[in-house]
Write a protein that binds this ligand. Structure first.
Ligand SMILES: Cc1cc2nc3c(=O)[nH]c(=O)nc-3n(C[C@H](O)[C@H](O)[C@H](O)COP(=O)(O)O)c2cc1C
Length: 325
């Protein structure tokens, strides 16, 4: 049985990728993912915001006391703040054979580029750009925001030779058009979709707070829709992400056209051993359907191959379709 799949120019032994999260935050954890059977890992993101917040003690060590030096300090911390991350890449690359995909989340264009270069030099196999420009402002149009994403992509592609994949949110008005632009501007892959921390309100304490989510069934189906709609149409690889928990979920995303699936929450709640269970379930399904390799069924039910199906483009409840009024 051949579970291999091609992703970002690599042949992965299977399509299970551990998503960017605390599960991949150091070299030992990355090795544990490989031992558990993962086909690849995406490292925890290097967050520009986090580096800016951490106190590296540079002010004292460099004896920066003047106002001018204080002004420079922020940039110095950015310069050295990525050191630990780069060391994780170097150590992980020595201990595992599976591809190690680094991930960065920045909001200042200078640091996107510098980090991308440093990560490439440290030996990462590919780079996932975790980009979310939150539209706080009422001034910027959707088109302008999309242009920002494209600029980030183009400048990173100009700077590094690594395969670059884009992990984005589903919050784009004309997602197919935007995805096509990303492909045309050199993205090698798309991860659909990122999931964010959401706001919550504690009505007892009358306080707002943030809420992490390990469960988002809607996200799964939105991913399935866009993988099914885009697969075979863009010159890039698609990674499905969002509430993928069982072997059957993996089969669905592969049938829709995903090259790989990324898992986070289920591995937090059920442990890394879940990877083997999912692979066993995948094998059972493939045997039942007489498939010997993933290539035989990848994208079999996407919109291009399953021309009669309206499932990916239907969104409204009409009785004949949904069976309910
Ligand atoms: C605890 C935790 C930490 C995460 N950290 C990151 C991160 O650093 N970068 C990133 O791109 N995504 C991060 N994610 C998002 C996951 O990679 C994934 O896209 C999302 O959780 C949806 O997949 P899931 O339903 O399998 O959890 C994180 C998710 C969790 C649960």
């Amino acid at each position: 049985m051949d579970y291999s799949t091609k992703y970002l120019g690599f042949t992965l032994q299977n399509p299970i990728v551990v998503a960017s999260s605390g599960l991949t935050q150091n070299a030992d954890k990355i090795k544990a993912c490989e031992d558990a059977g993962a086909g690849a890992v995406v490292m925890k993101s290097l967050f520009e915001e986090q580096i800016r917040q951490q106190d590296l003690g540079l002010q004292e060590s460099a004896m920066m006391h003047t106002e001018a030096m204080e002004y420079l300090q922020a940039d110095l911390e950015m310069l050295y703040g990525s050191r630990d991350y780069l060391q994780v890449i170097e150590k992980a690359k020595k201990s595992v054979k599976i591809p190690v995909i680094a991930s960065i989340n920045c909001y200042t264009s200078k640091w996107w580029l510098d980090y991308a270069e440093q990560i490439a030099a440290a030996g990462a196999d590919a780079l996932e750009l975790n980009v979310y420009i939150f539209p706080f402002t009422t001034e910027k149009s959707g088109a302008e925001l999309e242009d920002n994403y494209i600029e980030i992509l183009k400048s990173v592609k100009d700077k590094v030779k690594l395969p670059v994949t884009f992990k984005i949110s589903p919050y784009f008005t004309s997602f197919g058009h935007f995805a096509t632009r990303l492909a045309a501007n050199g993205a090698n892959g798309l991860v659909l979709f990122n999931r964010f921390i959401q706001p919550e309100i504690d009505t007892k304490k009358m306080k707002s707070q943030v809420k992490g989510m390990f469960n988002d069934p809607v996200g799964f189906y939105n991913t399935l829709r866009w993988i099914g709609l885009l697969s075979g149409k863009l010159k890039l690889d698609l990674a499905a992400s969002g509430n993928i928990k069982e072997a059957n979920d993996v089969v669905k995303q592969l049938l829709a056209g995903a090259a790989v699936v990324q898992l986070a929450s289920v591995l937090y709640t059920e442990g890394l051993e879940k990877i083997k269970k999912i692979l066993t379930g995948l094998e059972t399904w493939m045997k039942e359907k007489n498939f010997n390799s993933i290539q035989e069924f990848k994208g079999k039910l996407n919109q291009i191959n399953d021309t009669q199906s309206m499932a990916f483009i239907r969104s409204q409840y009409i009785k004949t379709i949904a069976g309910v009024d």
